[in-house]
Design a protein around this ligand. Structure first.
Ligand code: MRU
Length: 336
């Protein structure tokens, strides 16, 4: 049984966040009592993954104190400044803002908590549907590659990309998964490998640079990844390294499958170049395994995400069905 990624404690009125920085060594929770606690947990990646960030932020809004319309504005703006790329954050904050509009101050706390819970539990249901829709794309015996963590840990539960793997396994399919370790924060090695192993999935960890060679050596039935934001034309922002994986998949004729809830599609964003890419601290790259460090004088560039052009994407699996190229038209129909 996997620990919950996020849980609201009704007694203490705290948001309990599974501290993913400590996984897999330790399962422990951060107890957040203020908006600032939640904002810092998102910034430092104690909670991460596009849907989970959105859900955490929604609960974060509930911690506004005093619960007034003015204070709420501050909370929304603080939480919106945490991480720029995953659109689910802004989508969830918009939902919270809409609920607050026109609600009397005395009722704000209760209404906002109900909405945060709704966003949380809807997400699990959405992931199950993504799983069922995506599992159809996998043959009964499949070998797949995944990158980063788009699992239960990155969502309200079940996962998007890993939801497809879970659903396929639940249907009795025989699935083997190669997991990229995902430098520099190692979400693949620390989170995905652990998450899938706990669920009894046949999992093998590889370094990011090994994925193309795996595609050359073995019949791979799909690369399955999550997304932080999908532009209106179908370009996909996801964890750094996804683009290279998509290029290798194209070369080897491997289907490149993106799993994402509709809330990850940003119809206001015309193309991938317009997606804001978070640049994170150099120390994430400087700190090497075994306690070694790259000297401070050496410049480092640490973009947390890249953009995979739509031409490299075979399918986008959502809770409302599977989108195929031309994505611009498929996405327009979805939002029509
Ligand atoms: O920096 P992270 O760990 O928040 O990045 C996470 C990813 O890139 C995931 O693939 C994406 O958010 C989808 S999670 C369902």
């Amino acid at each position: 049984m996997l620990p919950d990624t996020l849980r609201w404690n009704d007694k203490t009125k705290q948001l309990e966040i599974l501290d993913q920085r400590r996984l897999p060594r330790e399962v422990s929770y951060l107890r957040c009592s203020t908006v600032e606690d939640v904002a810092r947990a998102i910034e430092t990646m104690a909670v991460r993954g596009a849907p989970a960030i959105g859900i955490a932020a929604a609960y974060g809004v509930v911690l506004t104190n005093p619960m007034t319309h003015d204070a709420l504005k501050e909370s929304l703006s603080r939480l919106a400044r945490t991480r720029p790329t995953a659109v689910n954050l802004f989508w969830a904050l918009n939902r919270m803002e809409k609920v607050a509009e026109g609600t009397k101050e005395a009722l704000l706390g209760e209404r906002l908590l109900t909405e945060a819970r709704q966003i949380h539990f809807e997400d699990i249901e959405i992931n199950r549907r993504i799983g069922i829709n995506g599992a159809k794309l996998l043959p009964d015996t499949s070998i797949v590659i995944t990158h980063c963590n788009a699992g239960a840990l990155a969502t309200g539960g079940y996962g998007t990309a890993l939801g497809i793997i879970r659903a396929a396994k639940e249907q009795g399919k025989n699935i083997k998964v190669y997991v990229d370790e995902t430098r520099p924060v190692l979400q693949g090695a620390r989170l995905t490998a652990w998450e899938l192993f706990q669920d009894g999935v046949d999992v093998t960890l590889i370094c990011d640079s090994m994925a193309p060679f795996v595609m050359k050596k073995e019949k791979i039935h799909g690369v399955i990844v999550g997304a932080d934001r999908v532009a209106r034309n179908g370009d996909v922002a996801n964890k750094i390294g996804t683009y290279g994986l998509a290029v290798a998949a194209k070369y080897h004729g491997v289907p490149f499958i993106v799993a994402a809830p509709v809330s990850t599609i940003d119809p206001a964003c015309l193309e991938g170049d317009k997606i804001p890419i978070e640049i994170r601290k150099a120390e994430e790259i400087r700190k090497l395994p075994g306690g070694m460090e790259v000297p401070e004088e050496i410049p480092v560039w640490n973009p947390a995400f890249d953009v995979t052009p739509k031409e490299l994407v075979t399918a986008i699996v959502t809770e409302r069905g599977v989108l195929y190229p031309p994505f611009e038209e498929a996405i327009a129909r979805l939002f029509a």
